[in-house]
Design a protein around this ligand. Structure first.
Ligand SMILES: [Mg+2]
Length: 195
């Protein structure tokens, strides 16, 4: 029986869809990585749900507010719309386990590689997590994928090149694919889905 649930591609923000600039504190510094808007549009055209999942502990650290994150995400949507690309959802975690005030310092279930953001998205967007994908530039993105039973793709943009070593040197489960960038990752996903 064919599932009526959606396949999703969960995309990390900083270093994956937009340039990694440290903790982004100025909206003017939000820049799309080349090809990433085209990649999102390809997913839109194929009917895959596309959602950003991003750790933003800069809130817990006091670098910026949640209001700033909302503004940043409005800007992100505008930049993508210039390429006719859109996101079905944007999920962020403002917490950190060790820093911040009472509101933000906690062992939350949403900070990647914990599954909270994907669990929320799966409910809101009717997603079959096990058939879905996570794309990101950090070990925690790949771990998130494997924690929820999805496939994990490491991109070599952002921190990605440095993270490759981690998988080489220990027994952790490796990425299902290592992509040059988000566009390359999406090409791989679209082929993988056909199998
Ligand atoms: Mg990142």
């Amino acid at each position: 029986m064919k599932s009526n649930k959606n396949i999703a591609v969960f995309i990390d923000r900083d270093g994956t869809v937009s340039e990694e600039v440290g903790y982004l504190r100025n909206i003017a510094h939000l820049k799309l990585i080349k090809g990433s808007a085209d990649a999102v549009r390809l997913l839109n055209e194929r009917g895959l749900k596309t959602a950003v999942v991003t750790n933003q502990s800069g809130v817990a650290r006091g670098y910026f507010t949640e209001e700033f994150i909302h503004k940043t995400h409005e800007r992100l949507k505008t930049l993508l719309s210039e390429y006719n690309a859109f996101l079905d959802g944007i999920y962020y975690c403002p917490h950190h386990t060790e820093v911040g005030n009472e509101e933000y310092r906690k062992n939350c279930n949403c900070r990647k590689p914990n599954p909270g953001m994907i669990e929320t998205a799966a409910e809101e967007l009717n997603i079959d997590i096990k058939k879905s994908y996570v794309v990101g530039d950090k070990v925690s993105d790949v771990q998130l994928a494997h924690n929820v039973g999805a496939k994990g793709i490491l991109v070599l943009t952002g921190y990605g090149k440095g993270e490759v070593e981690y998988f080489r040197n220990n027994g952790n489960k490796k990425p299902d694919y290592i992509a040059n960038d988000l566009y390359d990752a999406v090409q791989w996903i679209l082929k993988d889905i056909k199998k």
